[in-house]
Design a protein around this ligand. Structure first.
Ligand code: SF4
Length: 80
């Protein structure tokens, strides 16, 4: 069950999550508004969640109902 980055990351892009991910599965791009987690590589370690300053990261099974679209948004980034 991968982790998902949600709306609060938009325009914040703190990046602390990227520094702690043990498998380097968090990415962004200069023209992207937020960071994204690759669902095929995330090992569900929970490390990123603890360092996010805006509480934008959730495991997939606990995504808030109004953030469900971010499962697709995270995955789609890695299909670019
Ligand atoms: Fe990386 Fe762990 Fe966060 Fe998955 S849960 S994105 S493996 S830090």
């Amino acid at each position: 069950m991968p982790y998902v980055i949600t709306q609060p990351c938009i325009d914040v892009k703190d990046g602390a999550c990227m520094d702690v991910c043990p498998v380097d599965c968090i990415a962004t791009a200069p023209d992207a508004p937020m960071y994204y987690i690759d669902p095929d590589r995330c090992i569900d370690c929970n490390a990123c969640r603890h360092v996010c300053p805006v509480d934008a990261i959730f495991s997939l099974w606990e995504l808030p109902p109004d953030q469900l679209e971010f499962e697709r948004i995270n995955a789609d980034f890695f299909k670019r």
